[in-house]
Write a protein that binds this ligand. Structure first.
Ligand code: HGY
Ligand code: MN
Ligand code: MN
Length: 425
């Protein structure tokens, strides 16, 4: 794509710049065809063959713009557009392309392809920025195949070393490290990255507030905290038909009582706290065998550390009590503890002003979902932009957005980048 002559960098010219919403939407639809779900959503698990196809497509789109591509040791992909002062730290923009097993077409993808649209617009409009601008696709945000999630951004922020990331195994026993190598994205550069000048992430809200309040854009001020627990009860396998009920050591009984307790704890910390049990691992997993072991995958969240700590204590004591009552063994692993995050006020203000200047209806919002921005906020100024999604549905194949919402979000991202990276006439 030939570069246009650089426009004057005066405020009036810059304020009229917009991205190409049609091009954005068509790229979203092309990406949605890779790893489609059975009901029109997406099934593109991290480090799968489909993830590789999606990564390869993203790399080719970025190479078409003349970006320099870098892949790090945990598979994060960076596409760099040089700045006039190329030694300055980059303005980093992006999100994730991996999806839930039965996820939507926009969760994460809007942020990566929105960043691509920003690079395309900078290129097409011949804009020169002082700071370099880098697009990023983070590896394994979802944590659905390999726990924990947010591994790519966590490694970049120095939270995980390669061996820790590589050692995680999926339900079939395949390791993260082997899967990464198999798709050819185990890159040479170290995962721990230098702090960028700023990080902006565009993402769908994954909740109903923005649509309910007729907002075009969400200005994310903070993200609630999260804790994941794997609680494994061990009993004794036996014949479902012959062992008398009072002689059983049935691991599923433990799981059933713990599940009830997870919901009770969350409700006791209402209205903000939430708790879910989204997965069970049952051994041996046959209808007519008394389960010998059951692992309960717990997700608990709250905007305050105090509530998270209290919920964790109640879960731990509850699990121990249940195991004693039922003569079961119990082991509790904590794959993730993520503290609540408050985004950089100056960057949040940049987002707010960009939305205002563009004439969008905006509202401040706290994110219920966690995002890669949570880890990057620990090492650099970070902020997020939300686009509404239809009825707030997400982590569901029915996830949907209106094209004008996507365009609005990317226009805000574009102007936040122009301001932060600095435009050179
Ligand atoms: O679970 C989360 O909050 C994120 O959507 N993966
Ligand atoms: Mn996401
Ligand atoms: Mn998600």
């Amino acid at each position: 794509m030939p570069e246009a002559p650089s426009p004057a960098a005066d405020a009036a010219t810059l304020s009229n710049l917009r991205v190409n919403g049609t091009r954005l939407w068509s790229s979203l639809m092309v990406m949605a065809k890779i790893g489609p779900g059975p009901k029109g959503g997406s099934h593109r698990l991290t480090l799968s063959e489909d993830d590789k196809v999606a990564r390869d497509l993203l790399v080719s789109w970025c190479e078409d713009l003349g970006c320099a591509i870098r892949v790090d040791s945990v598979g994060n992909i960076f596409a760099r557009r040089a700045g006039t002062d190329d030694d300055l730290p980059p303005v980093l923009i992006g999100s994730h392309l991996d999806t839930q097993p039965h996820g939507g077409r926009f969760d994460g993808v809007l942020g990566v392809l929105g960043a691509l649209e920003v690079l395309r617009s900078l290129h097409e409009q011949g804009i020169r920025t002082r700071h370099p601008v880098e697009l990023v696709n983070w590896t394994n945000e979802e944590g659905a195949r390999f726990a924990p999630g947010l591994v790519g951004s966590g490694a970049y922020a120095g939270l995980y070393d390669d061996d820790t990331a590589y050692s995680s195994r999926d339900a079939d026993g395949i390791s993260f490290g082997d899967a990464l190598k198999a798709i050819g994205y185990r890159g040479p550069s170290p995962a721990k990255g230098a702090p960028p000048r700023a990080y902006f992430e565009l993402h769908i809200e994954q909740g109903p507030l923005l649509e309910d309040q007729d907002a075009d854009v969400g200005v994310v001020t903070q993200v609630q905290g999260l804790r994941w627990f794997d609680v494994t009860f061990t009993g004794m396998e036996g014949h479902a038909g012959t062992v008398p009920m009072n002689q059983r050591r049935d691991a599923m009984m433990g799981a059933a009582r713990l599940i009830e307790r997870v919901y009770d704890i969350a409700i006791a910390h209402a209205p903000n706290a939430v708790g879910t049990v989204g997965a069970l691992k049952i051994h041996p997993g046959s209808r007519n065998v008394i389960p010998g072991s059951v692992t309960v995958a717990v997700d608990m969240r709250s905007p305050t550390v105090e509530a998270l700590a209290e919920m964790e204590v109640r879960l731990q004591t509850g699990a121990t009590l249940i195991a004693a009552e039922l003569n079961l063994g119990v082991e509790i692993r904590v794959p993730t503890r993520l503290a609540p995050v408050v985004f950089d006020p100056a960057l949040v203000d940049t987002v707010r002003r960009s939305a205002e200047q563009l004439g969008y209806r905006r509202r401040d919002i706290v994110s219920g979902a966690v995002h890669d921005a949570c880890h990057i906020a620990a090492i650099a100024p970070a902020a997020m932009i939300f686009s509404p999604c239809v009825k707030g549905i997400s982590h569901n194949e029915a996830e949907d957005i209106r094209p004008e919402w996507a365009t609005a979000g990317v226009n805000v991202l574009y102007h936040a980048v122009l301001e932060t990276a600095g435009v050179v006439a």
